[in-house]
Design a protein around this ligand. Structure first.
Ligand SMILES: Cc1cc2nc3c(=O)[nH]c(=O)nc-3n(C[C@H](O)[C@H](O)[C@H](O)COP(=O)(O)OP(=O)(O)OC[C@H]3O[C@@H](n4cnc5c(N)ncnc54)[C@H](O)[C@@H]3O)c2cc1C
Length: 430
């Protein structure tokens, strides 16, 4: 990746981009005459799941890319992400799955404990049949990002590089201006800048919609080993649900989703955050409370849940002018009710990388959008509808939900059909 402090490093087709005299110290992603298959031609904004996976997929196809990340380091916070078999197929394809498999437990089953309020434990559903064909593991987000980044050349990611504005420069490409005044001219920009993507905003997307519930997440630590079987444990209440999943021999992930009319002010005091989470599930099964109790305050986060449905004919295109394209949450934020946001960001990465590596950027972006829209629009809608179902508050409706609807849904083969996704291995890194 050629990043340079020189201002005279451009060669066609970017020669017409001139750096103003007062910005002679700008860092510039130099574009060479080599068209698409050039490390200098592709800039990925955002070093999250989508951005790093796209950079790695491209690299395995022999295409270099620069990654701009607003943070001073990879995101250290965050708890864990449950990845289903579609996510693992992609991690296999880009050559990092086995390294992660060695660290994280394979989930064997699913226990559903209904009616948390009365304390009755009504249903335990073994899903070994489905999980036998599935691969489900919860991975720490930090470790996932570090693993992806470790396979990229060290100079690939530019930290403390927050995108401030973006502007088309005709045939020269797209000009990215960073918060600190640096400028980057890129032939291709891949917007992987997450749920509040400034690039999506620039492309005309509406802000994501708050869906009426929020999530607490935490990562419990057991230095001497955690005591749980490797299964997903769900507990449904009225307008509140919770769950926990063993992640590794020493860590257990938990979450609580709860209804709330508006997200309210951000809570920055970690102790207050954990207290609020515990208050929501006072009197709930002791295993859940024990897991929460074993969680350092600093490992508890609260997030408003949002999505954005890509209605045909109404949503803007995922790409603009053959020069800018979106991937991951920047394009299709979805609620986590199916555990598919990061899995889909990984899928986007391999599909987009393959198409970009194959040739013409405009065709690649349009083909990517068509292929991925058919996948992510229904999934976003389904995740939203599942969220509405499981967040019901009415007691009678909840009783039917817990006794009939959820067990049936869970037993049906198609329950996890949305995790079907195949992709071939991408060539090994040079
Ligand atoms: C409560 C909750 C639970 C979830 N659980 C799961 C789960 O179990 N399984 C699953 O598959 N998914 C899950 N998800 C979804 C998953 O977290 C996201 O879909 C995934 O992180 C999307 O990856 P991304 O790369 O698109 O965005 P992100 O991971 O958010 O990365 C975006 C990156 O862009 C950077 N950035 C943003 N703005 C700028 C800028 N202006 N300039 C430069 N850089 C910028 C950010 O710093 C960040 O590093 C969950 C989400 C939530 C909220």
């Amino acid at each position: 990746m050629a990043m340079t402090t020189s201002t005279s490093f451009f060669s066609p087709p970017f020669r017409s981009f001139s750096v103003p005299r007062h910005r002679r110290n700008v860092v510039v992603v130099a574009a060479s005459a080599i068209p698409l298959r050039s490390a200098e031609n592709i800039v990925i904004v955002g070093a999250g799941v989508a951005g790093l996976a796209t950079a790695l997929a491209l690299r395995r196809l022999g295409v270099g890319a620069a990654v701009l990340e607003q943070g001073p380091t990879l995101r250290a916070g965050g708890t864990s992400l449950t990845l289903f078999k579609n996510g693992w197929r992609v991690l296999d394809a880009i050559g990092v799955a086995d390294e992660l498999r060695a660290k994280y437990l394979r989930i064997q089953g699913w226990a559903q404990d209904a009616d948390a309020i009365s304390g009755e434990w009504r249903a335990e559903i073994a899903l070994l049949g489905i999980f036998g064909r599935q691969e489900v593991r919860a991975v720490e987000r930090r470790v996932l990002l570090e693993t992806l980044a470790s396979k990229l050349p060290p100079e690939t990611i530019s930290f403390s590089s927050k995108l401030k504005s973006i502007a088309e420069q005709g045939p020269d490409g797209t000009l990215l201006e960073l918060e600190d005044g640096r400028q980057v001219l890129a032939k291709i920009v891949v917007g992987c800048d997450g749920v509040n993507s400034p690039i999506a905003r620039w492309m005309g997307f509406l802000e994501p919609r708050y869906v009426g519930h929020m999530a607490f997440r935490g990562l419990a630590e057991y230095a001497d080993g955690q005591p749980f079987e490797p299964k997903v444990n769900y507990i449904y209440g009225r307008g509140v649900r919770a769950g926990f999943v063993p992640v590794s021999p020493t860590k257990v992930y938990w979450f609580i989703c709860f209804n709330r009319q508006s997200p309210g002010p951000k809570i920055t005091d970690p102790a207050a955050l954990k207290r609020e989470a515990l208050d929501l599930v006072g009197g709930w099964p002791s295993d859940l409370l024990a897991v929460m109790g074993s969680t350092p305050e600093s490992a508890v986060v609260r997030t408003p849940l949002v999505d954005r449905w890509l209605w045909p004919g109404l949503a803007p295109r995922a790409s603009r002018g053959g020069g800018v394209v979106l991937a991951g949450d920047a394009w299709h934020p979805m609620t986590p009710n199916l555990g598919q946001g990061a899995c889909c960001a990984l899928e986007d990465a391999v599909v987009l990388a393959r198409r970009l590596a194959a040739g013409n950027a405009r065709d690649a972006m349009q083909g990517y959008e068509a292929e991925r829209w058919a996948r992510v629009f229904p999934l976003t809608a389904r995740a939203g509808l599942v969220g509405a179902l499981v967040q019901w508050e009415n007691a009678a409706v909840c009783a039917v939900r817990d006794a009939v609807v959820i067990p049936r849904l869970v037993r049906l083969g198609p329950f996890l059909e949305h995790t079907n996704f195949e992709c071939d291995l991408l060539g090994a890194s040079p």
